[in-house]
Design a protein around this ligand. Structure first.
Ligand code: NAP
Length: 373
């Protein structure tokens, strides 16, 4: 086997991505060496590069949504063997290269009936939607703490703010999986057919209805919902429209969520820096849950935001997700494969940096590191 590999490295703070020849790691105790067949891109990655954020040291290889084949196992590993097909959330990165050593604690088995590309769309954003909606407090709103297929919420209603995002697409599916009868998706109208196929019962066009106007929408005005899930980044001004409005007039997407939810309803955001404005108080039994999408805890992820509760709930994701995939109960995001292997990741990053570079619209960008020349 070769001893070096192609890696897409950020050599120093805010430096451009650089393709380098790097040593193939040897898996340590409790680790496997994974041959990376597909890696999904997340908006956090270009943000981390651009802003020198959440990167403890350089050089660094990002890439958290990893799917591949076990190439070798480290000391003490008995549950996995060479040739096993798996996917994993490597929260700190490592996927934008051809081989990576990963702890067995984060590995999820890939069913044969789904592709590496499909499963590479799951690790970060499915976990984010799933923890937020299904995990018990304090990390989620507890709709289905064991991920049972019993549809425990038939008759209930929900709104997904930002349903076109990868997180939002999985949220819509998870609400359907949990039996919700009304699932209102706030997204671009062009995604109506797609989001309906995932479970949305109504799509409200975000280009036609500014977020601030949503509480007055005919479908919502006199029909507060049981659950609001927010994945919209940023602030909206009280005058309507989206953007980064500042000042005392600003309201956040979770303020709008607060306005939409019933007393004693459940309100959750996956943007943990967002809080309810001081004007949003007094609705009985409504608190905002801020959620992080980890399925392992601080023993694996060196972040104060990862909790032991992530490990407890995460074992249901690790055990149940392969079954749900095999049954077709949950499907992956639509995929766009970037050409040129790891070189394609550079162009993918540009899609978030530059509005004119093509954007990312209800699709998951995926790269194939083995195709790098
Ligand atoms: N807490 C956690 O652990 C965690 C983990 C992952 C992500 N997140 C957060 O979740 C959010 C979504 O991430 P993602 O990877 O799922 O995003 P993504 O797939 O890259 O999102 C792209 C989509 O965002 C939609 N969008 C952009 N602005 C919008 C707005 N103002 N209202 C509604 N939709 C809008 C776009 O819609 P169009 O198609 O209409 O253009 C596009 O389809 C981000 O804010 C991210 O920071 C949190």
């Amino acid at each position: 086997m070769a001893t070096t590999q192609k890696s897409l490295v950020i050599p120093a703070a805010k430096a451009p991505l650089e393709l380098r020849d790097m040593p193939i790691p040897t898996p340590g105790a409790g680790q496997v060496l994974l041959k990376v067949m597909a890696v999904g891109l997340n908006p956090m990655d270009p943000a981390r590069q651009k802003q020198d954020m959440m990167i403890p040291s350089y050089p660094v290889v990002l890439g958290s949504d990893i799917a591949g084949v076990v190439e070798a196992v480290g000391e003490g590993v008995v549950d996995f063997k060479k040739g096993d097909e798996v996917f994993a959330q490597a929260a700190m990165g490592g996927g934008y290269q051809q081989y990576v050593a990963l702890s067995t604690k984060i590995l999820i088995r890939k069913p044969k009936n789904v592709s590496f590309d499909d499963v590479a769309t799951f690790p970060i954003t499915f976990s984010t939607a799933c923890v937020a909606l299904c995990a018990p407090a304090p990390i989620g709103i507890g709709l289905n703490p064991t991920l049972s297929s019993d549809k425990p919420h038939v008759g209930k209603s929900a709104v997904v703010l930002g349903a076109g995002t990868s997180c939002g697409q999985f949220a819509v599916q998870l609400l359907r999986f949990n039996g919700f009868s009304t699932i209102i998706a706030y997204a671009s109208a062009k995604h109506t057919e797609y989001l309906t196929s995932l479970g949305a019962t109504l799509v409200i066009d975000r280009n036609d209805s500014p977020l601030a106007d949503l509480p007055a929408h005919p479908a919502l005005k006199d029909a507060p919902v049981d659950v609001v899930y927010d994945t919209v980044l940023g602030i909206i001004s009280s005058a309507g429209g989206s953007g980064d409005a500042t000042g005392t007039q600003a309201v956040t997407p979770v303020d709008i969520g607060y306005d939409l939810v019933k007393p004693h309803g459940l309100l959750v955001t996956v943007n943990p820096r967002i809080s309810l404005s001081s004007t949003r108080t007094g609705k009985e039994g409504v608190v905002l849950t801020k959620s992080m999408g980890f399925y392992v805890g601080p023993d694996v992820i060196p972040s104060p935001m990862s909790k032991v509760e992530h490990t407890h709930f995460g074992r249901y994701i690790i055990e149940r997700l392969p079954v749900l995939l095999e049954e077709g109960a949950i499907v992956g995001n639509r995929v766009e494969v970037l050409p040129g292997g790891l070189e394609g990741v550079k162009a993918g990053f540009e899609r978030w940096y530059q509005p004119g570079a093509g954007g990312v619209s209800a699709v998951k960008l995926v790269a194939h590191p083995q195709e790098t020349v």
